[in-house]
Design a protein around this ligand. Sequence first.
Ligand SMILES: NC(=O)c1ccc[n+]([C@@H]2O[C@H](COP(=O)([O-])OP(=O)(O)OC[C@H]3O[C@@H](n4cnc5c(N)ncnc54)[C@H](O)[C@@H]3O)[C@@H](O)[C@H]2O)c1
Length: 338
Amino acid sequence: MRYILFMSNILVTGGAGFMGSWLVDELIDRGENVINVDNLSGGYLRNVNKKCTFIKGDLRDTKLVNKITKNIDIIYHLAAYAAEGQSVFSPIEINEINLRPMNNLLVAAVNNNVEKFVFASSMAVYGDQKPPFDEELSPNPEDPYGAAKAYCEKVLEIFKKAHRLRYTIIRPHNVYGPRQNIADPYRNVLGIWMNRIMKNKPPIIYGEGKQIRAFSYVEDTIKAFANAGFYRKSDSEIINLGSPKYTSINEACELVLKTFDSKLKPIHVPPRLQEVKFAYSTFKKSETLLDYKEEHDLEEGLVLMANWAKKLGPQKSTYTLPLEIKRNAPEVWLRKKM
Ligand SMILES: NC(=O)c1ccc[n+]([C@@H]2O[C@H](COP(=O)([O-])OP(=O)(O)OC[C@H]3O[C@@H](n4cnc5c(N)ncnc54)[C@H](O)[C@@H]3O)[C@@H](O)[C@H]2O)c1
C-alpha cells in the first residue's frame, strides 16, 4: 500500500493537541520521522511525544511555515481552534486561526514539493441535513467553523487541479478520549461533563438532550487517519471518519455519570444557537479506503477517558478565546455561576 520509502519526513500540525498527539505517537510507532508544530494555544507540552521534533510556533506565521515544510513528504494538518458552537459568537478570531494557517501550508506545500496533504476537516461542513451524512452531500454548514472547513476543502480541490497537490480530506466526528482538552468550556462535551463532575457540579445539557451524535474513540480513528498519508487509494477523496454507532446526548451523559459513579443529575439549559440536532455520518468509505475499524464502543472508551481524567484531576476552566458577540450566548459562557 505504501508509496513512500521507509522513514518519511512528516509534518503534523497541532501535535500537542488531542488528535494530533495521538497521530504523532502512531506515526512514530510506525517508524516515521515526525516534526510537530503547535503554538500550545489549545494543546499541552505533556502531550508531546519525546521522539518527535517539536517546534513551538504559530502557523499564522508565513515565513515559519515555509521553513518547516522544506524536505517534508507528508503534511497532516490538524491545528485549529475546534469550537464549533462558539464560532457563531467569535468568528473573527476563530476564522483567523482556522484559515490563515491553511493558506500558509498550502502555498508552502506547493513551493516545497510536498508529496501529500492530509486535512482534518469536520462533519460540521454538512450542517443541518438529513443524517446519516454521506460524502456525496454538498456542504451546507450552519456555523463559521464549518464554513471555514468547507473553504479549506474547496481550496484543496482547486490546488490539486492548479498545482497537482495530492490530498485526502478527512471529516472526523465527535472524537473523544484521553488527552482531550477538558478545561475549555466552549468545546468537547464529554470532557466538559467530566471536568464538572470531578468538581461535583452537574453536567449541563443544551436543550432537551435529544441531539444525536456518534462519539468516536480517538485510538480507532487515528489509525485510519494515519493511513491517509500512505494509501494512494485515498487520494482526492473526502472521507467521513468515526463510529458507526450513534447515541443521544442524554444517553451519553448518563454513561459519563455512571463511569464516575456519580449521583449528580444533569441540568438542562436553553438550546444553543445554530446547533445541529441530528449529526452522524456514513462510514463505509473509511472502512474501504482507510481500513477504519471500531475497536472501542462508547462505554469502553469512556472508561479509558475517565481513568485518564481522574489521574489528571479537575481542571480550572480556561476560556481560550473571547466572545466577540455576547447577545444570546449561553449563560455559562458569560461566566455566570452554574
Ligand atoms: N476532536 C473532534 O471531535 C474533531 C471532530 C472533527 C474535526 N476535528 C478537527 O481535528 C483537528 C484536531 O482537533 P482536536 O480535537 O485534536 O483539537 P485540539 O484543540 O486538541 O488540537 C488543536 C491543536 O492546534 C493547536 N493550534 C491551534 N492554532 C494554532 C496555530 N495557529 N499554530 C499552531 N498550532 C495551533 C492547538 O494548540 C492545539 O494543540 C482540528 O482541525 C479539528 O477541527 C476534531
